[in-house]
Design a protein around this ligand. Sequence first.
Ligand code: GUN
Length: 294
Amino acid sequence: MSEDEQKPICDDHVIMGKRLAKRLRAQVKKEVEQLIENHGIAPKLVTVIVGEDEGSQMYVRMKRKACSEAGILSDHNDLPVKTTQTELLALIDQLNKDRTVHGILVQLPLPDHINEKTIIGAITPLKDVDGFSPTNIYNLFYGSEVLSSATPHGIVTILDHVGMKDLSGKHVVVVNRSMIVGKPLIFLLLNRNATVTVCHSRTADLANFTRQADVLITAIGRRKSEGAPFFITADMIKEDAVVIDVASPHGDVDFEHVKEKALCISPVPGGVGPMTIAMLLRNVLDAYSAQVAK
Ligand code: GUN
């Protein structure tokens, strides 16, 4: 085992998401090499962006670079903002049928004139590496976590590695109710026996809930105010809580002060972000295996 592989995931109260992601990506790379040797065809992800969103461009670049490093092929479709829903559906239909494509990722958000639910629902569940399609959400609902959403799956994988594999008796408070993070996360946490509370922008007295959390997971993603930018401050945390900050590019949590009180805390950057990418690679590999290595 290399020296790096022996280092703990929680180091001086800080969750080293990047370190864990690196190990998981190395494992994916190894499995990809083996599967290519067995089946003679490389896994391939196709990404789609509609419009000019800078964040989407950056995230997809990072996802494709990670694919390349893991031996996974990727193609990208950069579609103009005026692309119609019918045109996008035609592309998805073509990708669904293409046997050389194993994963399809339509980066969100989409422009307002395109119905996100219709697009996500059009991706064949076998290639839905985001885990957003109705079949994959339904599977998650019933306890199957194959092709589950990358960010929530990255979060529970972090918990697995900081001694929180079984969350029986633990109160987990999630501050987010989005389709990408909060909603799938609820089921992943319930599957691990957590008691789950979900807070959001209409929750009154947020601190009343966060102070009860054995595990606090937050993804607000906005600055609070100029002088006091953090939504989650040390006075809102229970002593020895595990704190997972999902917000990007700026964290929700006053890291320096909360670190003194928490059992462990994930930093931004270097916490959940790298885990999202690692879990996406795992999903591409699982999608490929289900289609090719039958
Ligand atoms: N936009 C922000 N996060 C995600 C994600 O995980 N998947 C997709 N497709 N779009 C996103």
